[in-house]
Design a protein around this ligand. Structure first.
Ligand SMILES: Cc1cc2nc3c(=O)[nH]c(=O)nc-3n(C[C@H](O)[C@H](O)[C@H](O)COP(=O)(O)O)c2cc1C
Length: 272
């Protein structure tokens, strides 16, 4: 029997139908992706916060690189609770309540003209462009209330981009307790060796300031004779990564200078 040609038959390959299916698939996918992004945001924030705490503890030598527990089995949150987090006005070196330490984003503040200052070419040895007015500092005190360790956020340009990390200083405010970067764009095997535990192990004990109180850290290819005044400030440069090494030297010097945490360190030194 001849097939009856029904003009109302559903044409699944027609243009309207193809478009309808494509739009529906896009809509469903976008709803799934947006819902996942919204639902996962709180967890992402928790993870970012945990990561920040881990980086601070690792810089201070209180957590090993491959563990999230210290030698006594304490977790990151528990160890971090011992730190006092304060906001500091970098211009005056005084503590400030002008920002909420829980939510303050120092990197963001450094990009906004109202919350940062421009650096001149001669000032800007770490190639930052701008320096925020307020920084967070992480302080660990002994049971008797003396300063045990101070951890400072630092950053500066290497070869391919800005290295972000933490410089931990001993309670004498002179000796490095550790330096660790949590993000950078340096080449693995060259500048990326800033993450090498063997290189990071060279930092504890390095002396930050010379007798006049000026930043004195140097990354060198050849060390000065052991026991000399210069040797106390030296760390081996990374081989094949002169530019990254210079960047690290410059950023440590910048943040320990008067334009960085210098005024705050002087206030602490004076017992204020
Ligand atoms: C693909 C590539 C990646 C590089 N990555 C880095 C780097 O991350 N950091 C750095 O300082 N130099 C880097 N360099 C630069 C070279 O290693 C350069 O030759 C080096 O600065 C010479 O330094 P040296 O005097 O330490 O041997 C890179 C070069 C190339 C070709």
């Amino acid at each position: 029997m001849a097939e009856v040609n029904n003009p109302r038959k559903f044409d699944k390959e027609g243009l309207g139908n193809v478009l309808l299916v494509a739009v529906s698939v896009c809509l469903v996918c976008s709803i799934v992706v947006s819902s996942a992004a919204v639902m996962l945001k709180p967890q992402q924030q928790i993870n970012q916060e945990l990561d920040r705490k881990q980086n601070i503890l690792r810089a201070a030598g209180m957590l090993s690189a491959d563990s999230i527990f210290d030698s006594e089995g304490r977790g990151v949150d528990e160890i971090f609770k011992r730190f006092d987090v304060r906001a500091v006005n970098l211009e005056t070196g005084e503590y400030t309540d002008s920002v909420d330490v829980e939510s303050y984003d120092q990197t963001k503040a450094s990009r906004v003209s109202a919350t940062s200052r421009d650096l001149t070419t001669s000032e800007d040895i770490a190639t930052l462009g701008r320096r925020e007015h307020v920084a967070l500092v992480y302080m660990l005190t002994t049971e008797k209330g003396a300063l045990d360790k101070l951890v400072l956020p630092v950053r500066g340009y290497g070869l391919w981009g800005t290295l972000f990390g933490y410089l931990a200083i001993e309670g004498d405010l002179q000796t490095v307790a550790g330096l660790a970067f949590y993000t950078h764009k340096e080449t693995p095997g060259l500048g990326g060796e800033v993450d090498n535990p063997n290189w990071k192990a060279l930092w504890p004990g390095v002396s930050l300031f010379d007798e006049s109180g000026s930043p004195a850290v140097r990354l060198v290819k050849t060390r000065s004779p052991g026991g000399s005044a210069a040797a106390a400030h030296e760390v081996d440069a990374l081989s094949g990564a002169t530019m990254t090494s210079r960047g690290v030297e410059n950023l440590v010097r910048f943040w320990t200078s008067e334009l960085g945490y210098g005024p705050f360190l002087s206030k602490l030194q004076a017992g204020a």
